[in-house]
Design a protein around this ligand. Structure first.
Ligand code: THG
Length: 367
């Protein structure tokens, strides 16, 4: 592919200088912002992530901030996940749905206080939907995108690196919880979370001016840990079953089709805008669902389009993400498969750009 021309519409991040000095080889665009996709190679980055520790510029996970007395009410209008048990200091993975029950985003909600939330969004312009609802319902809440840029520290040595920079108490942060830590005299929210299954943290860097100083500090402190710049890794996230909004699901899909039913409490999420629609579809149950799919044979080409899935010549689904897994010695894939063909072990044919491939449905992801 040719180069993408830089412009003001394609936003750089507070860490772009460090990312470029580290030799980034590929970018994608996410929330109108640069997101690195490759440093050494996707395979080399994958092995390094699973062994050591990486620092990821995920500033493109933009925050939609809700501030004011109606912040909690607005948050519950957006998601079918019941938020009543959520306390300040917790993060929840929350499907966001429209009035038809279609997925608009799959962010992490961060509850800073009863009247202050961050919605750490995937790649869709959620801000406009949230502002529209806040204004249409005349809610007493401010909605905006603050100067907050997540920096992820991921991999088996992530905790060791974070302890060196922020102190021993980092170890006490539980999964999907956060604490507030100081850096250069400023408060930073640090959560144990991130878009990998290798464990790690996300630092919500508030104030772009702290971006590069923190980046440099992490690299200085982690030299002997073999810390490297990294990014969400295609192979590792497919193995782990981490979904990519816009790739694996769109607003045509319900959370149940996406296998996110466990993050929905449609009966008790009172106020959720898509609740009635979801109650209707949830009664019948989904007729297609996301599955882990193993595609047989040698490495498949990059999956940048839908790959149709067949059984006996009849269309039964699609593959939306696929990559060769060095650790599992198969092509790992995420796809949407019709109910008649979603059982474990079902044989399928996947139409790749290289031709038809045999494939099979798995019970679980590679985790
Ligand atoms: N972290 C933060 N913001 C994000 C992402 C992130 N915004 C964009 C994107 N990633 C949103 N999508 C996801 C997808 C999966 C997860 C988080 C965000 C995730 N899932 C875990 C899992 O499926 O194993 C845990 C879910 C749970 O148990 O609650 O972490 O990564 N800040």
């Amino acid at each position: 592919m040719a180069l993408i021309s830089p412009s003001r519409r394609l936003r750089r991040t507070p860490f772009s200088e460090g990312v470029e000095a580290a030799g980034v080889k590929g970018y994608t665009v996410y929330n109108h912002m640069l997101l690195p996709t490759v440093f050494e190679s996707v395979e080399a980055d994958y092995h390094h992530l699973k062994r050591h520790v990486q620092v990821w510029d995920v500033a493109c996970e933009r925050q939609v901030e809700l501030r004011g007395p109606d912040a909690g009410r607005l948050m519950q209008m957006l998601t079918p996940r019941d938020l009543r048990g959520m306390t300040a200091g917790q993060c929840y993975y929350v499907p966001i749905v429209d009035e038809t029950g279609g997925m608009l985003n799959d962010p992490v909600a961060v509850k800073l206080a009863d009247d202050r939330w961050w919605i750490s969004i995937a790649d869709s312009d959620l801000l406009y939907w949230v502002k529209g609802i806040a204004n249409g319902w005349r809610l007493d809440v401010l909605v905006d995108e603050p100067d907050v840029s997540p920096l992820a520290v991921q991999g088996p040595k992530a905790e060791e690196l974070m302890v060196r920079v922020f102190g021993e108490s980092i170890r006490n942060i539980r999964f999907f919880r956060f604490g507030v830590y100081q850096f250069q005299g400023h408060d930073l929210v640090i959560a144990r979370s991130g878009y990998s299954k290798q464990g790690g943290f996300e630092i919500y860097v508030e104030g772009s001016e702290f971006g590069m100083p923190l980046w440099r500090k992490l690299f200085e402190a982690g030299e002997d840990l073999e810390v490297r710049a990294g990014c969400p890794n295609l192979i590792e996230r497919i193995e782990g079953g981490l979904l990519s909004y816009g790739n694996d699901m769109t607003d045509d899909n319900t959370p149940h089709e996406c296998g996110l039913g466990r993050f929905c409490n449609t009966h008790t999420a009172i106020g959720c805008i898509g609740r009635d629609a979801l109650l209707r579809v949830a009664k019948e149950g989904p007729v297609q669902q996301i599955r882990a799919i193993s595609i047989h044979g040698d490495a498949v080409p990059p999956c940048d389009q839908i790959w149709p899935v067949y059984s006996g010549g009849r269309r039964v689904g699609r593959v939306t993400s696929a990559a060769w897994s060095p650790d599992f010695q198969t092509n790992v894939a995420i796809g949407m498969v019709r109910m008649t063909h979603w059982d474990e072990g079902t044989r399928l044919e996947v139409e790749t750009p290289d031709g038809m491939r045999a494939a099979s449905v798995r019970e679980t992801f590679w985790i």
